[in-house]
Design a protein around this ligand. Sequence first.
Ligand code: MG
Length: 390
Amino acid sequence: MTGAQNQTVALIVAGGEGTRAGPGIAKQYRMLNGQPVLRRSVEAYLNHPGVHSVRAVIRPEHRDLYESAIHGLKLLPPAFAGPTRQASVHSGLEAWADERPAKVLIHDAARPLVSADVIARVIAALDQSPGAMAAIPVADTLKRPGADGILETVPRAGLWRAQTPQGFHFNAILAAHRAATGSELTDDAAIAERAGIPVAPILGSALNLKLTEPEDFAMAEQLLTPSPFGLRMGTGFDVHRFGPGDHVWLNGIRIAHDHGLIGHSDADPGLHALTDAILGALCDGDIGTHFPPTDERWRGVPSELFLKHAGSLVSARGGRILHADVTLICERPKVAPHRLEMQARIENILSLAAGTISVKATTTEGLGFTGRREGIAAQAAATLWLPPFE
Ligand code: MG
């Protein structure tokens, strides 16, 4: 048993030529707010707790574009596109034919703004139905024009616009694709319908845009541009007590000292306070909620792991850390000589641009527990931006 039988995998379909969005490179590789469209789509699934692994279907001639778009991300090897969308998806599914995961989510690379909630709703629906697709009820009145004007107004009641992800029980959709070879159908729900697989419509999101025309890119850029409406600020505070040892970890830097700090992990108060500040801005509990001190897995681990996790939760929601400020409170060791290195270290852990993180230090003039050199305290404030998705 490999466990694959219980897994949900995601197939990101990036096999189109993608030229309708304008001249230049294919739309799935174009930059959207500083990142390739494909990378954003892939990350939405890689960061999703309900998804075990991710594979993309690409055109062989896009191999270099693909490699640079997904640089540093852990994906399964890509599958290669066929002459139609159906053939491309089929090729991606066949790559899992031996492992047979339980469920597969099929997602268009050109929908990079998909939210974690929409993905979760589709996964959950697959417990009740062999197929489920994100969709939204049609709100506009529908017209069918002819050569001389409108021929008819089409009743919109009961009509939905299909989006992705579309999720299926793996064996069922693989069999349906094997039987659909040569089909020109443009989505997998249609392949499923053709095979008699019930597909439940699940509420998607109007913000789960499909980037097709140049104006779609403009709209998506707008949605991803930080505005005052999505600004969040969180604060964090942490203390660790001195104990025996010859070094301390402060903001991810090892500093020689005549004491160590006592804690379940590496007892880095700066990174703990910052992790809590980010989690606070997300309204997502605190470091203990995510990494319980009773859990042996976190004994002695480097605290950068906690901070990275908090950062990935921000990315998973399409957000961005705009700035953070960490203050260490202690008499000793001297922080000033390490300040710049600490800033760079935190920026590196969170993959942030230089100038995003501030580190400061203060003493308490000999007063209180930090003044008595019993331990080190840290406080942090983090400002981040979350897009108005979900
Ligand atoms: Mg702590």
